[in-house]
Design a protein around this ligand. Structure first.
Ligand code: B12
Ligand code: SF4
Length: 432
């Protein structure tokens, strides 16, 4: 029997990757599996867990941005417990396997076959499987949910219906596909329905399934079959994300008829030159707005996404997109601050243009923390403040004016926010 500890960074979304690994490992019945999700609140949680559980193997699921911390954790673990085997998998391992010199095994691509092989005593250092190897498997939820009841109690549960993406945005790792990321692949509708049925019957508090797919239902024939089966067998609300380029009447009506209530799509930038730079120029600005309005016409709750501080962008660009959001009035205008991930075409572009001088080692753990590009300190600060007030300003009729005045004032106190927002709302009320 082997004791296996599966570790990931804790986020608000259940770690589907680890749940898939658990499911694959379940075929080797004699293993004891525990999870540890590393949050920011308890720095000793993982070392305590290793100490009490005494695993034979620790598997880390790693994203770029968390990799330096994981390296430190692994080096310390190795010193204290030289017999524990360390396995590194997940997106960072898949794209940067050659940088990982602190593990016994590095897994590129899908991990289900690899982890089973490693546990059975496989000796290769680098394991390669296609990401789509998860397709026939249904992730195990019980064990993780019993260890982390907040995911069980969450009325939203996540699923994936596909792996890979058909698009190639320059800021995203999918634009630089590794052979193991073998394009867009779908699970069968039958298997998706089977998983959803299990979720709703085993966790009856579930109100909605969030499909984490990058572009849900890109294959319209798959979506057509899905919509019939979901309606007939599940008939519960779902949320998904897609690209505006996929939008047409047929696509939206299939989503609507399935029971989709909430949709997320990215606008990213109101500046067409920048949209070209980031690989999102398939639509003109007018088309982008018209398509977004078409989505709204179907009465979905909308979340738009945008990156502030894109390479070569100005605060004016960011405010112009805020105005588009105000006119569209989504339920939520979500923003991140652009991170120049090395290895993506846009990350490399920022280095070539002298806009960024770092390596992936200075990448923050989330993309909300500030810009790494060489904007002036004043511009950097404005981006940070705009990020914090963006969603609120998007709900105010003259929010772009409020945002501009507030970030230009350089007084970022509550008192000043109160003064500026109140004055502007009065102006709007009196139609001045
Ligand atoms: C849902 C999602 C999120 C959710 C959380 C998901 C979660 N808790 O797992 C949220 C919204 C919170 C999120 C946040 C971030 N995300 Co995200 N996210 C995704 C998304 C869309 C799906 C992930 C998923 O569930 N996939 C399905 C599972 C089954 O696949 P998987 O996790 O890859 O796992 C498989 C293999 O990788 C492997 N594997 C995984 N772990 C391990 C461990 C071991 C030991 C082994 C052997 C194998 C193995 O086996 C699994 C089964 O085949 C992916 C894109 C994608 N399509 O995968 C991006 C993606 C993972 N995210 C990405 C990024 C960059 C982030 C952020 C770091 C962005 C940021 N800077 O804020 C943050 C992290 C924030 C934080 N606090 O740490 C990048 C990672 C790129 C990279 N080089 O690392 C991706 C790939 C998007 C992209 N195309 O660029 N994300
Ligand atoms: S649509 Fe999303 S997942 Fe696909 S390449 Fe663009 S950013 Fe990446």
């Amino acid at each position: 029997m082997k004791k296996i500890l599966l570790v990931a960074k804790k986020t608000g979304v259940e770690p589907l990757g680890l749940m898939y690994l658990h499911s694959a490992l379940n075929v080797c019945h004699n293993n004891e599996i525990e999870f540890c999700l590393v949050g920011n609140d308890d720095p000793k949680e993982l070392s305590n867990k290793i100490h009490t559980f005494q695993p034979d193997i620790i598997g880390f699921s790693v994203w770029t941005g968390w990799h330096m911390q994981v390296k430190g954790i692994c080096q310390a673990t190795r010193e204290q417990y030289p017999n524990i085997k360390i396995v590194i998998g997940g997106p960072h391992a898949s794209w940067f396997a050659e940088d990982i010199d602190f593990a016994d095994h590095v897994v590129i691509g899908g991990g289900c076959d690899a982890i089973v092989d490693i546990v059975a005593g496989g000796r290769t250092k680098t394991h390669r499987t296609r990401f789509s190897s998860i397709l026939p498997i249904i992730p195990f939820r019980d064990k993780l949910y019993s260890q982390y009841p907040e995911f069980k109690n969450n009325t939203i549960k996540s699923m994936m219906a596909s792996t890979g993406c058909a698009f190639r945005c320059a800021y995203c790792y999918n634009s630089n596909p590794i052979p193991e990321a073998d394009g867009l692949k779908y699970r069968t509708v039958k298997s998706v329905i089977h998983e959803a049925r299990e979720i709703f019957s085993n966790f009856p508090n579930t109100k909605l399934i969030f499909f984490q797919d990058d572009a849900f239902g890109f294959n319209i024939n798959w979506l057509r079959e899905f919509h019939t089966e979901w309606k007939e067998n599940i008939n519960k609300p779902l949320a998904c994300q897609f690209r505006l380029e996929m939008v047409n009447y047929r696509y939206l009506s299939l989503l609507k008829k399935s029971g989709c209530t909430s949709v997320t799509f990215a606008l990213e930038s109101a500046n067409h030159k920048i949209r070209k730079l980031i690989g999102r120029a398939q639509l003109t600005n007018t088309e982008m707005v018209n398509f977004a309005e078409t989505v709204k016409g179907f009465d979905f709750k909308i979340r738009t996404e945008q990156m502030l501080g894109l390479p070569t962008s100005t605060i004016e660009d960011d405010l112009a997109l805020l105005k588009i959001n105000i006119d569209l009035n989504p339920a939520m205008a979500w923003t991140s601050i652009y991170v120049p991930y090395r290895g993506t075409p846009l990350g490399e572009y920022t280095v070539k243009q002298g806009l960024y001088h770092g390596s992936n080692e200075d990448i923050p753990q989330t993309f909300f923390e500030g810009s790494l590009l060489n904007f002036t300190p004043e511009h950097q600060k404005k981006i940070e403040i705009l990020h914090k007030i963006y969603a609120t300003c998007a709900k105010m009729e003259n929010g772009h004016i409020v945002a501009r005045e507030f970030i230009d004032s350089k007084d970022y106190s509550w008192e000043n926010w109160y003064k500026i927002s109140k004055e502007n709302l009065f102006q709007y009320f009196y139609n001045l």
